[in-house]
Design a protein around this ligand. Structure first.
Ligand code: DSN
Length: 428
């Protein structure tokens, strides 16, 4: 039962135990559609909750500033070997604690304060750390932002002409490709060509796509970029952490100094061990099958939502992401997110390109299929999920009685599905 991986806490700290238990039950009883989340394996959780928590290991394997590092060195070496195999790259740094820190490490390695870089705007589906004003990337650097096409056949798709003209005009030191809500294949080669034209480094933040890349269903950016960053817990389904990859030895050396001692002190060796475990899982052929399902489930979800009268930003998906435009239903993202959470579907409001609403309201929702696919949801389950989302959101335009009825029916169906697919067999 639940004590499986929280042995002891129940007796020593019932207060915190209660939060762990509640969170386990929330995850079990909700359908997780937050595109950046997943369900790590029990082995990954166990490695992360291990004795390596106790160890300081500033430095890199074989070059530490503390004694007693023999076994954490081995864990880091295993993780490094596996990740290099997974992404076919020569060099990796696995010490960044998070995606934001991995990106900062690249800035520290390759930029000076006030230097210019080019990144995708948050409003177009980019990431906060790619130059948004409230983030250090937008405060300490001259961040120029590109977006997506406003209209035409390629509406909502990355505006590569704009990327090129901004690059020629501003001569950035780095061009960043990669996004947080963009559901389509990004043309890494095109970004490489533009970067070469202006002598910029190409940095790819593949955080959302790294699992799809490991599963060979999305192009690998490593061969096109100077440096690649990623989190390790999204589609890659690993420990909550990050990494930096490169094929360039000079850049690798700079990245190592930027991560430690530039930005961080001791690496989290328990997380390193957990990353090693999850990279091992991603190398298993079963992971490729999982990723194929993640993408086909997203396509099915997207098709049902279109049938039910929603607009999908970019018209569909090549990934785990389904980006919903609520405008045809005259709804806002904040309200839709709340009502879906009330019935047991977790997702997040998300601005759509050229959104008239502010970020706390938005006209869209972002869904992702990685987590529910991990617990076993298949295409027909995702079709049902699409129908339930549509029923609930459509019911917002009916009277209170009808809303209550739809809500109760949906809650029951969600409970049935969640019971059918336990997130951890061993825990229930
Ligand atoms: N917060 C993550 C996401 O939801 O995409 C990115 O860091």
């Amino acid at each position: 039962m639940f004590e499986l991986y929280n042995k002891g806490i129940k007796d020593t700290d019932p207060e915190v135990y209660a939060t762990l238990k509640s969170e386990l039950l929330r995850q079990q009883n909700q359908i997780e559609l937050i595109a950046s989340e997943n369900i790590a394996s029990l082995s990954t959780l166990n490695a992360q909750g291990s004795v390596m928590t106790n160890k300081y290991a500033e430095g890199y394997p074989g070059r530490r500033y503390y004694g007693g590092c023999e076994f954490v060195d081995q864990a880091e070496e295993i993780a490094l070997d596996r990740v290099k195999k997974l992404f076919n790259c020569k060099y990796a740094n696995l010490q960044p604690h998070s995606g934001a820190q991995a990106n900062q490490a690249v800035f520290l390695a390759l930029l000076q304060p006030n230097d210019t870089f080019l990144g995708m705007s948050l409003a177009s589906g980019g990431h906060l750390t790619h130059g948004a004003k409230p983030n250090i990337s937008g405060k300490w650097f001259n961040a120029i932002q590109y977006g997506v096409k406003k209209e035409g056949n390629d509406k909502d798709l990355i505006d590569y002409d704009e990327v090129e003209s901004l690059a020629i005009k501003h001569k950035p030191k780095i061009i960043i490709a990669g996004a947080s809500a963009y559901p389509r294949i990004i043309d890494w080669k095109k970004f490489r060509e533009i970067s070469d034209k202006v002598g910029a480094y190409l940095m790819v933040d593949m955080a959302h796509y790294s699992g799809l890349i490991a599963g060979k269903q999305y192009p690998n950016p490593v061969e096109y970029s100077d440096v690649v960053t990623s989190t390790t817990h999204k589609t890659l389904r690993g420990a909550r952490s990050a990494m930096i990859l490169t094929n360039n030895e000079e850049i690798y050396k700079k990245i190592n100094s930027a991560v430690f001692p530039g930005l961080q002190g001791g690496p989290l060796m328990h997380v390193m061990a957990a990353k090693a475990v999850s990279f091992g899982e991603a190398l298993d052929p079963a992971f490729e099958e999982y990723i194929k399902k993640v993408i086909s489930n997203a396509k099915h979800l997207s098709e049902i939502l279109v049938k039910r009268g929603f607009r999908i930003v970019t018209g569909g998906t090549d990934s785990h992401i389904v980006w919903l435009d609520l405008t045809p239903k005259k709804l806002t993202g904040d309200k839709a997110e709340k009502i879906l959470e009330d019935v047991g579907i977790a997702c997040n409001k998300n601005a759509i390109p050229y959104d008239p609403h502010p970020p706390k309201i938005t006209s869209g929702l972002r869904f992702g299929t990685a987590a529910a696919t991990s617990r076993g949801f298949n295409e027909s389950d995702f079709e049902l999920v699409g129908e339930m989302i549509s029923d609930i959101l459509d019911s917002l335009n009916s009277d209170e009685e009808e809303m209550k009825k739809v809500s109760q029916i949906t809650k029951n169906k969600i409970q049935e599905m969640c019971n059918k697919y336990p997130i951890y067999n061993e825990a229930f």
